[in-house]
Design a protein around this ligand. Structure first.
Ligand SMILES: [Zn+2]
Length: 250
């Protein structure tokens, strides 16, 4: 906790001059293993006091409060208006706002974090898409909400997530998901059935006429800078922390 971390707390991604988009790494927080150290997820076994400390470090780094969700692998979208006072938004997997004084967060440990902005109209969204979110096409639902609020030209960033070579699933599950979203079809490096969630998200964004500015190729399972649920499963424990995708209007 005392030494300056070799890996920064935030990895910034260029979207537009009016927008700040970034992804947190595992570094720069106060939590011990297996949440070491910048765990931003409550409800993953970590001490909530430490999680709040980690969250306030991120808020300080961004210079503004951050809106978090208690995600449920559903497709509900919440609009953050002027009445938001710091509470966690329960039961949703996407946040939308026009506010310029807050940042929106999506928590992940292998799922796909998606950040969307219309810098001209001043609208942003943070979206959580795991396997269920891809099946439910939460991307399209969240983009529809942005357009309903006046968004026109939308740009997206697809953040670090588990890649198609690593996300092994039973063949029956691959068949089920790819029936609705063929772009999710993948094979692991060992030749077994897999899902490529970032590819599926990219196709859904294209269908919703959202330009993808950046698609991170970092795989959360392979890249030690990020928390990975699957990586923990392989090492025999389910417990790990959560990273965040963050977006704010300047
Ligand atoms: Zn991978």
């Amino acid at each position: 906790m005392t030494d300056a971390p070799a890996v920064p707390m935030l990895l910034d991604v260029p979207v537009a001059p009016q927008v700040r988009a970034a992804f947190t790494t595992r570094f720069g927080g106060v939590s011990p293993a297996p949440w070491e150290s910048l765990n931003l997820g409550l409800n993953v076994g970590d001490d909530p006091v430490r999680v709040r400390q980690n969250r306030s470090r991120v808020a300080k780094e961004l210079g503004r409060p951050v809106v978090y969700m208690e995600q449920v692998h559903g497709d509900h979208v919440a609009v953050i208006g002027d009445d938001w006072r710091g509470e966690v938004i329960v039961g949703v997997d996407a946040l939308v706002t026009a506010r310029t004084d807050v940042a929106l967060a999506v928590l992940v440990a292998d799922c796909v974090p998606i950040l969307v902005a219309d810098p001209v109209q001043g609208l942003i969204a943070a979206i959580h898409a795991g396997r269920r979110g891809v099946e439910l096409d939460i991307v399209t639902t969240a983009v529809a909400k942005l357009r309903q609020l006046g968004a026109c030209e939308l740009t997206a960033v697809i953040g670090p997530s588990i890649c198609g070579r690593c996300y092994e699933v039973p063949e029956s599950l691959r068949a089920e998901v790819t029936a609705g979203c063929p772009q999710a079809y993948a094979t692991t490096s060992r030749g077994t059935a897999a899902l490529d969630l970032p590819a599926a998200v990219r196709a859904q964004l294209a269908r919703a006429e959202v330009r993808v500015a950046v698609q991170q190729q970092w795989c959360t399972l392979e890249d030690e800078r990020f928390f990975s649920h699957r990586s923990r499963l392989q090492s025999g424990t389910q417990t790990t922390g959560r990273c965040a995708g963050l977006i704010g209007l300047r």
